[in-house]
Design a protein around this ligand. Sequence first.
Ligand SMILES: Cc1cc2nc3c(=O)[nH]c(=O)nc-3n(C[C@H](O)[C@H](O)[C@H](O)COP(=O)(O)O)c2cc1C
Length: 369
Amino acid sequence: MIWKNIPKLSNFVDPEFAHNLAILFLKLGVYPKIKNENLPVKVKNLLFNNPIGLAAGFDKNALIIKEISDLGFGFSEIGTVTPLPQYGNRKPRIFRLKEDKAIINRNGFNNEGMIKIKERLKKYKNNVTRNKSFLIGINIGPNKNSLDRIEDYKLLAYELGSYADYITINVSSPNTVGLRRLQSIKFLKHVINSVNDGLLQNNCNLLKKPVFIKISPDIETNLMSNIIKLCINENISGLIISNTTINRPRTLKSDKKKEIGGLSGSPLFSKSTELLIEANRMKKKFKANIFLIATGGVLDGFSAYVKILSGAHLIQLYTSLAYKGPIISKSILNELKTYLVRDNIKNLDKIRGIANSFEEAILIAKKGF
Ligand SMILES: Cc1cc2nc3c(=O)[nH]c(=O)nc-3n(C[C@H](O)[C@H](O)[C@H](O)COP(=O)(O)O)c2cc1C
């Protein structure tokens, strides 16, 4: 009942307040306990119970790891975490575009900083009753006023590496001025080396600890071939495609569409999936042994199926949880299974990335094989 009303509440109160309220209810245990749906996916040395994960930004401070696991997600990405605590941009900084099933945010990496978050992660990992098959990614990024952003990545990898099943290098948030420049191959190489140095100091390295790079949907498509080559050469496990977009599709209806920030949700679906298709194409071309995590506009089994047909091993969501509430992962998994039964698919490997274009992926998802 409460959960039905939280999305409605967001029409009247600040969406960030509604988000914090949702976290409070989760912490208080006011949520449906959902049986973990099994649809195992192996990504490098990690076995995910199911491919649906919570995207970065929802549980920035590692407050609700157990609760997200109870909601039937297969994994959660904590962060973005910065070395020092950071307030972020001035409020209001989250806007709901209800008519468009979308959100615009310009948070600017508000988080409690790596030391406090590390303590929470330590406590969680030491809890013997935790669900061990629920995996944790940690998404890292630099402080806004850092004098050495590359060094920040090293610090974060060093401090947080041992608590993460995988690390995500965030170089794609539109809300930290200049961050997206780190997506150029030259800078990206420095960032990766820095993360590896941090992991090595912790007796780990990129071969043992999967590291992903989260990219922007606004990059030039032709940059993709170089990014994939970089992943191969630097032992990066894969890409998360994608972060939010600064573009505003003409189709947007909401009067909030002019707010500055990153757009997520339904209007991001086609753009992020087109980029996923391109990454998958390059992956095949270079025979790269890398993994693709899809995020952007996943709101039901259909959109999840399209992402898998376009090359996704794993899927993350944020906006649809804000609109549809805590049963979202269960309902996506159930719907996805219905598509798999319809198409007589017993193993996701058989159909992953078989679509050569966004249109083809949509067609297969609609009509089957
Ligand atoms: C309010 C909000 C905050 C976010 N914060 C982060 C963040 O801190 N780090 C990050 O990498 N992505 C962040 N994201 C982006 C999401 O992780 C995801 O990539 C994006 O929203 C697309 O997925 P969706 O369409 O399912 O929401 C945020 C998104 C929203 C809506």
